[in-house]
Design a protein around this ligand. Structure first.
Ligand code: F6P
Length: 362
């Protein structure tokens, strides 16, 4: 009997997910002779009422340039802590036994989890219950340890850099301060790299609490030197020294993590009060997660998918595929989720930005 692999995409979507799915399916069928079951909407697909379907070569034809995920995803469903309404109250129940049972019933011999820190944590917990798991690191935030880069990040950077190029001309024409707020959760990678690539004047990242007076001085200095506009990139997780992160919505029964957003407006308010200049805010938002993956992400996602299938076939469970230098490798998933990979405030990239004259909020 043919062996069967299950594949799911969990957490927020990102460009390149379909490349990974296609890589897994092609390698499974062509190289190893396994069957593939696609699990829909992340771990939800393994819970009561969840849906799964067999994936053939036909199912992955033409999906390489497509954004999103053909399997659907969810950043809500955690089988170990599922919100259930009882008598008007929300209780959290552990449905992981049901999930393990479902995996058995579906005849799944191994599970490939394509996800970020949240989904990979669930994967490790399932592994502890006997489910053979291999992980693939996904997130536009690039905040996973043990891999030089996650797929999706490169495309998000391209989108953010393109937006900065476009903001430049309007900022310059109107002599304005334009603030662009980008995603990244608690890591400043997207802000820092797109800011350098897009020629930002100020970059605010969560790893360096900012001083609003110093930002005002930097903008003033530029104006006095003849540059009557400034471009500020603010990571959604950036916050003022001695202040708090701006949270749009707290974690609750349906959203497992808090939603960040609003720091751009906060900075704009302060600048407007301190400077005699027009200030505008642009929140780039989910555009960063959408669209066709870049060449880099298509290639990385494809290589990750193939490697994941190789690890499954070799029964190297508990591993996550990774990129080290130019090589695809593997690391224990548990090592990758121990802590988030954030920007080093004293590191080369921050120093290079400062040497380029970019103000980092300090
Ligand atoms: O982790 C990816 C990410 O896009 C973060 O950068 C952002 O904070 C979050 O997801 C947004 O999540 P949602 O799609 O639930 O608003």
């Amino acid at each position: 009997m043919k062996k069967r692999i299950g594949v799911l995409t969990g957490g927020g979507d990102c460009p390149g997910l379909n490349a990974v799915i296609r890589g897994v399916v092609k390698a499974a069928i062509f190289q190893y002779g396994w069957e593939v079951v696609g699990i829909e909407d992340g771990f939800d697909g393994l819970m009561a009422g969840g849906r799964c379907r067999q994936l053939s070569i036909d199912d992955v034809r033409g999906i390489l340039p497509r954004g999103g995920t053909i399997l659907g995803t969810s950043n809500r469903g955690n089988p170990f802590s599922r919100p259930v309404k009882r008598g008007g109250m929300v209780e959290y129940v552990d449905s992981s036994d049901e999930v393990v049972e479902r995996i058995k019933c579906l005849g799944i011999d191994a599970l490939v989890v394509i996800g970020g820190e949240g989904s990979l944590t669930i994967a490790v917990d399932l592994m502890k219950k006997g489910v053979p798991v291999v992980g693939v690191p996904k997130t536009i935030d690039n905040d996973l340890m043990e891999t030089d880069v996650t797929f999706g990040y490169n495309t998000a950077l391209e989108t953010a850099t393109d937006a900065l190029d476009k903001l430049h001309s309007t900022a310059e024409s109107h002599h304005r301060v334009m603030i662009m707020e980008v995603m990244g959760r608690y890591a400043g990678w997207i802000a820092l790299e797109s800011g350098i690539a897009g020629g930002a004047d100020v970059i605010l990242i969560p790893e360096i609490p900012f001083d609003i007076q110093k930002i005002c001085q930097a903008v003033e200095k530029r104006r006095n030197n003849g540059s009557r506009f400034s471009i500020i990139v603010a990571a959604e997780g950036a916050f003022p020294a001695g202040g708090m992160r701006v949270v749009k919505a707290n974690a609750d029964a349906t959203h497992m993590v808090e939603r960040l957003g609003g720091v751009g407006e906060l900075v704009a308010k302060e600048l407007t009060g301190n400077l005699d200049m027009d200030v505008r805010v642009m929140v780039l938002g989910h555009l960063q997660r959408g669209g066709s993956p870049s060449t880099f992400d298509r290639c990385l996602g494809s290589r990750f998918g193939v490697k994941a299938m190789e690890l499954v076939d070799r029964e190297e469970f508990g591993s996550m595929v990774c990129l080290k230098g130019r090589e695809i490798g593997k690391v224990p998933i548990e090592k990758a989720i121990k802590q988030l990979k954030v920007v080093d405030p004293a590191g080369e990239m921050v120093k290079s930005a400062e040497s380029l004259g970019i103000m980092l909020g300090r």
